[in-house]
Design a protein around this ligand. Sequence first.
Ligand code: ZN
Length: 245
Amino acid sequence: MNKQIQVTIWNEYRHELSNEVVKGIYPKGMHQAIADGISCDQFAIQTATLDEPEHGLTEEKLKNTDVLIWWGHMAHGDVQDEIVERVQKRVLEGMGLIVLHSGHFSKIFKKLMGTSCDLKWRESGDKERLWVVSPGHPIVQGIGEYFELEQEEMYGEHFDIPEPDELVLVSWFEGGEVFRSGCCYKRGLGKIFYFRPGHETFPTYYNENVLRVIANAVHWAAPTGDTPPRYGHFIPSLEPIKEKG
Ligand code: ZN
């Protein structure tokens, strides 16, 4: 068997503890629903939450994480800058990062994007149709042309992000808006995937297509294990250099 991919699912885990509706949908938290939903032999999954010491993201845990999944919303400001920098460093070293839904406004995503990451939104339970715009891309393997979520929060363009390296999904909403809902980036050696669905008052993380996209994205974002490049003063040269006079 190939080496398992070490996956850490990070969740703010506040809505589930303070809102009865959310608690009813995700009694063990969204992180546990996602962990159960993508569980397979190829993944070794751990979870981490905001209120654990160091937000559950110690140096040791991040060092042993191949792909980090991030869900946050009401408490982005409570995430310590020191931990954000720790996560950014690991992404630049090659750790994969999957940012879900309202994570578009997380400190880590904004830091890696360098833009406001702002968008339009509406909590009206719109139907969402997610179209595959990059057929054959590994993240949408097994999805078909599109899939639908009966009720979701609407996110609309313009989404203030840098041009994605690859755009794999575009959402249409019942109210008429559209949104780039599956966006791939590279920062340093790390691969980043932003995936839009996942408002806390809907059972989105039980949807088989949503889980399939997340699981596919874990495979896509996992580091390859290649030797990292060397930087800086490069001595000796690979070939002898003739003296020029
Ligand atoms: Zn939301």
